[in-house]
Structure formats: C-alpha cells, structure tokens
Design a protein around this ligand. Sequence first.
Ligand code: UAG
Ligand code: ATP
Ligand code: API
Ligand code: MG
Length: 487
Amino acid sequence: MKLLKDILYGCRIVEVKGNTNIAIEQINFDSRKVGKLHCFVAIAGTVSDGHHYIESAIEKGAIAVVCEEFPDQLAEGITYVKVQDSSRALGNMASNFFDNPSEDLRIVGVTGTNGKTTIASLLYELFLQLGYKVGLVSTVENKINRVVKPSTHTTPDAISLQQLLSEMREAGCRFVFMEVSSHAVDQNRVAGITFTGGIFTNISHDHLDYHKTFSNYIAAKKAFFDMLPADAFAISNLDDANGTVMLQNTKARKRYYAVKRPCDYKVKVIENLLTGLQLEINHQEIHCRLIGKFNAYNIAAIYAAALELGQDSLQVLTAISLLGPVAGRFQYIKTPGGITVIIDYAHTPDALENVLKTLNDTRTKTEKIITVIGCGGDRDKTKRPEMAKVATELSDRVVFTSDNPRTENPTAILNDMKAGVEPQHFMKYTVIEDRAEAIKQAIQEANKEDVVLVAGKGHETYQEINGVKHPFDDAEVVKQTLNLLKK
Ligand SMILES: CC(=O)N[C@H]1[C@@H](OP(=O)(O)OP(=O)(O)OC[C@H]2O[C@@H](n3ccc(=O)[nH]c3=O)[C@H](O)[C@@H]2O)O[C@H](CO)[C@@H](O)[C@@H]1O[C@H](C)C(=O)N[C@@H](C)C(=O)N[C@H](CCC(=O)O)C(=O)O
Ligand SMILES: Nc1ncnc2c1ncn2[C@@H]1O[C@H](COP(=O)(O)OP(=O)(O)OP(=O)(O)O)[C@@H](O)[C@H]1O
Ligand SMILES: N[C@H](CCC[C@H](N)C(=O)O)C(=O)O
Ligand SMILES: [Mg+2]
C-alpha cells in the first residue's frame, strides 16, 4: 500500500478533486483487472479509450482515477486527478509505486528496427561473463539474473516493466539491458525510467501500420534519446542514414560506431564466413561466432556500451569471442546429408536482405539458396511486397507461406506478397500456405551443399490464427522434416 499523493510525485497535475492522502493497493490501466482500493489510470489507446471505462473501474473497487478529462458525473468518495498526459503519468506513478527501481540499476535501452534483441541478449551474456548479476528485457524472454520470466511484448507496459525492474533490484542485479520498441516510446511505457545509456541500431521499413509515416517512426525512436539524462551515454550507428539525427537533441554524451566511417568505435570485417566473423575493433583483432556482416554492427555496439559502462577493453574482447548466437537469430543446422538450414527472425525487408546477402557472400558457385518466408497479419502491409521482392531477388527458389496471419485471410497476405515479385523472378516461387508443408517442400528440393533459409519466426513457438496461438516452432519442424526425409 502507498499513499496516492506519494505515487503522484513528479506527475504534471492539472487539477485534483478529492483527497490524495489515501492508501492505494495497486495502480491499474485496465478496468477489467481493477480490484478493491486500486487507482485506475484512463488512457486513450489505439482501439478504445480508457476514459470510457472509469465508471466500470469504480464499480470494481477503484477509489482513485487519474485521467485527462474529468467524467461528466463524479462519483462520491472517489478522488479524481486530472493530468496533462495520462500514459506519461502512468510511467511516473509506476516508478514511484515500486520505489523507483531504475535509480538503483544501470539500465541500457536498445532501440532501432533490427538488432535490438540481439544486442540486448549479447550484452546480458557479456556482463554475466564479466561476473555481474544482470537483468534482460527482450522480445524472446525476460531474465532476472538467470531466472527466466516469459515475455509478452518487446517492451512491457509501464506497470509490468517497473515491477520487473524492482524484482531485478531485489535479486541484486546491477545492470539491465532492455529493448525499447518504438511502440513503447510512443505509448510512454518507459516514462519514469532513468537510463544510464541508449543504443541505436538502425532504422528501416517496419510498423508503418502504427506510426503511419516514416518520419513519425524516426521521431518515436529519436524521442528515446531526447529523454536521456546528461550523465548517460548515447551510442549510435554512424553508417545508418539517420544515425546522427537520432542523437541531434540528446543531452547524453554521444558516441558512434560504424564499419564504413571513422568514429569512436570502428569495426573492420576481415573475414565473413559461415563459421563466424573475423573482426578488428579499434585495431584489435578478434574472432566471434556470430555470422553475417550485420552482426559486425551488433558487436561494435556491445563493445561500445561495455566500454562506456567502464569495463576493461581486453576482458570485454575476450568475453565477446566466447559469445554464441541468440535463439532464432541465424540459428544454424548442418545436416548429415550436407544441407545447411538457417532459422532467422528476419521479418523486415532490410533484415531479410542482410541475411540473404550474408548467405550469398559466403556461398560457393554451385550451391542453391532456398528461402521460406511469410509476412505477419495485422501488421504493416507495405512491407509484404518488399520482402517478397528481396526474397526472390536474392534466392534461387522461394516458398511463400504463412507467418502469424492473426485476424487476416492468409491468401490475401500471400497476394500482397506476390505483387512485389519482378516478372523475371516469377518462375522462382511457389505458394504453400501451410508453413510445415512449405518447410517440407524447401527441404525436399535441397541437395547436398544447398542452404535453406526459414525466415520470419525465429524463436517463436506458435502460429497465431484468429486470436489462437497454435504450437509451431520452426526449429522443431525443420528437425522433424530432416529426420522424415533422411536429409
Ligand atoms: C497497438 C499497441 O501497441 N497496443 C498496445 C496498447 O493497447 P491499445 O492502445 O490498443 O489499448 P486499447 O484496447 O485501445 O485500450 C485503451 C485503454 O483502455 C483500457 N481498457 C480497454 C477495454 C476495457 O474494457 N477496459 C479498459 O480499461 C485498456 O487497458 C487501455 O489502457 O497498450 C496495451 C497495454 O500496454 C498493449 O498491451 C497493447 O499491445 C498490443 C497487444 C500489441 O500487439 N502491441 C504490439 C504491436 C507491440 O507493442 N509491439 C512492440 C514491438 C514492436 C517491434 O517489434 O518493434 C512491443 O513492444 O512489443
Ligand atoms: N544490426 C542489424 N542490422 C540489420 N539486421 C539485423 C541486425 N541484427 C539482426 N538483424 C536481422 O534482424 C532480425 C531480427 O533481429 P533482432 O531480433 O535482434 O531484432 P529486433 O530489433 O529485436 O526485432 P523486434 O523489433 O521484432 O523485436 C535477425 O533475425 C536478423 O535477420
Ligand atoms: N515484433 C514484431 C515481430 C514480427 C514477427 C513476425 N513473425 C510476425 O508475426 O509478423 C511485430 O510484432 O511486428
Ligand atoms: Mg526484439
């Protein structure tokens, strides 16, 4: 229990009606989950508006309401607090409610279109190796030191996030590495967190269904760097067209990493093989087990962050050389029959292009690249034709299939994809809606030396159709199919 006036500390309050000197059991932004002595925070969302549910929250036991507009009728004995921005207030309130965990932790946020999970997970592993207790907030899983907590979002809502951070503090964690999605910035899920540092990976086509324009999407990512305090660090990718824009207005100390340009943390790719990367970081040579040039950027970013966090360069390089791949990111299977299968979470045109370029860069003359790819339903439709175009241009054969159709018709999604294929590549693809069948077809077509790329789902263990998550794991299906076909 905490006093409402203490929970509201630091919020931009416009007007109060009622008593704030009351004890609150829990804060809640969903009327359906409200209980006795709760404070309900009304937020305007993408589908509906929490302000419509104030009455029902009170019926369920809320004794205080935080909102942007007072309802026409005020209920007796209830405290109403009008704020400028209720999602921002929620962030602050959640932090106060859990005794401001971020002030006792060193939290580094990672934002960008691709590479967030990879960088956050690698930093988590790296700092464990350096002997620290560490927390991780990611798309794949959350971790409190070594204890796994399932993840539902890339960045959880403000209340779940502050609770998670407080559990990390409780468990003695010193560092936390977390993904900060553009949705999270836009919805103020990270408001109230004091970050020690921020990392920008890259920005390319994704989530235009939500942000509407590319410049809104850039602005959401940039807003994260604008909120960093002056004693934090802001690390950005100088090779990305928006790498400097991201840090334009930050108060934090600016650091850049890059492969192509001179900068604070410069990486050179000496060798890019299917067994790993040989790199030079600020003139120090290392080998790492991660595959693909894009991972040179991820390695540069984690090296930069570790050094900005005060770690010893030599120890960091040694630890980097021991890091293994992240689940579902360029996961590599070599079969007894000589086929290579790669499972990768590439679900944007840019990621798919990077992965396929890596496979093209490292292939021999005779080997075929066979790609299995689908696009998610209820997500950015404009990326569908682009992903299909990239897949057919950079592969010898492509099987278009389903990837979480959600509430959309899978055939309609596949038609959106097909519209992006250039006529000269029409002969390269087939369409098999059933993902397991699509994987089987690709593996069946593969001969010794060929590479099968199964892209889009990575670590996911389900296929989401009409609100139901059916068990489906690309890695499992691949293994079963390889056994079945004796490949
Ligand atoms: C589009 C989006 O981001 N939606 C998120 C948002 O919900 P919303 O704005 O749609 O909520 P809404 O249904 O309009 O309701 C508005 C408000 O009324 C409340 N309400 C609603 C109904 C009711 O009966 N009572 C009630 O109080 C709701 O609790 C909410 O506070 O706020 C919710 C609470 O934080 C999130 O769970 C929800 O994530 C949905 C499930 C989602 O799918 N989000 C994805 C797109 C997402 O966030 N992805 C990013 C990763 C993207 C990336 O890969 O980069 C992520 O961080 O995971
Ligand atoms: N630095 C990078 N640049 C471009 N592509 C990358 C980079 N790192 C990883 N990728 C590609 O993008 C895919 C997704 O990587 P990752 O899961 O790390 O990104 P993410 O930003 O966490 O994605 P999400 O927004 O879905 O959480 C990988 O499977 C790989 O294909
Ligand atoms: N975080 C991303 C993941 C997409 C993964 C892909 N498998 C899909 O379902 O589209 C999103 O929610 O848009
Ligand atoms: Mg992620």
